[in-house]
Design a protein. Sequence first.
Length: 410
Amino acid sequence: MTNAWIVDAARTPRGRGKKDKGALSGIHPQELLAQTLNAIAERIGLEKKDVEDVVMGCVSQAGDQGANITRNALMLAGWPDVVTGVTLNRFCGSGLQAINFAAMGVMSGQQEVAMGGGVESMSRAPMGSDGGGADGNNELLRDKVLQVPQGISADLIATVEGFSREDVDRFALQSQQRAQAAQEACYFSKSLVPVKDPRTGNVVLEKDEHPRAGTTLEGLAQLDAVFAKFGASPAVDGETWDQVALRRYPEVKAINHVHTAGNASGIVDGAAAVLLASDDYVKAHGLKGRARIRATATYGSEPVIMLTAPAPASKRALEKAGMSASNIDLWEINEAFAAIPLQTMKKLGISEENVNVNGGAIALGHPLGATGAALLGTALDELERRDLTTALITLCIGGGMGIATIIERV
């Protein structure tokens, strides 16, 4: 076994994921990924031909994001033909899973250099554009497990855990305030790759455009609960979606719908990548390993409530590393919905003081396939800025899964 060293990490800014409204909506997702890959190669003087495989996450693999976007992005970026690319889908955990798979290749000794990360252009390939729905349109599966929309699952979690509307709004406000402070202090600048128009060379976006400066608790309180009407709408056999969820959780009398557009993750475009290399390669090429992958884990949970697995996935990763939650200096818990990090912190017994210290997806947005890689890069930059040692990155995943990765500066 060898270490998998994180040599560098980079990401694009996140652009608003609406057609013709976000700064990156006019940039092909292959281009977003290509520019990110080239930025890392140029920054460290990488011999591109040495990279044995590039693993990238992408959730909506349709249209502009179809046809193995990773390989196409490598060709667009002008990388040598010998460098291969593969695209995977583990829903919201795709970007982190891609890094973990690349790390496994290095740690096992099968590869010396690999890259992981992800891309998602939600303005061009909206959620559900692959046509598969939650269950691949399989009625037999639907008869066994009827999965409800994720927002209803998030509201169910909030109800079970006793999180109020004020609780989730307060967390959302904190995300906005922390992200704004981080932007103003340029804490994201080390990893950010300004996106350029490939035809003119002009910069089209150089900082995240989703954060809403000036957000207030009063303003958040005025937003409608997004999934209340959906929960009351017909699902199957005369039941509403809320009733489908409550059939699995009869101890809950009614779902308290608390999530809004202001306390859930934003729809954005973006790409992120991480370069991993072995002990021998780092030494032979005079590179500096910024941190190493200490442990990785996934964990499955009940698929109706769906989004509760970050805590057990984190526990599994900690056990593999021989660590406890108290050994982690910084946490990145993806803010798909505010209830998810709140529930994860509660289950793990950790303080929000060290969680998402520069804001999260509520403020910055959640480019599905890229988010995990972006979070890892953010955590690494902040470890270095604070001269800390360990970080744990975790995300909830559709279908009832969670993923976690521990990184360690040495």
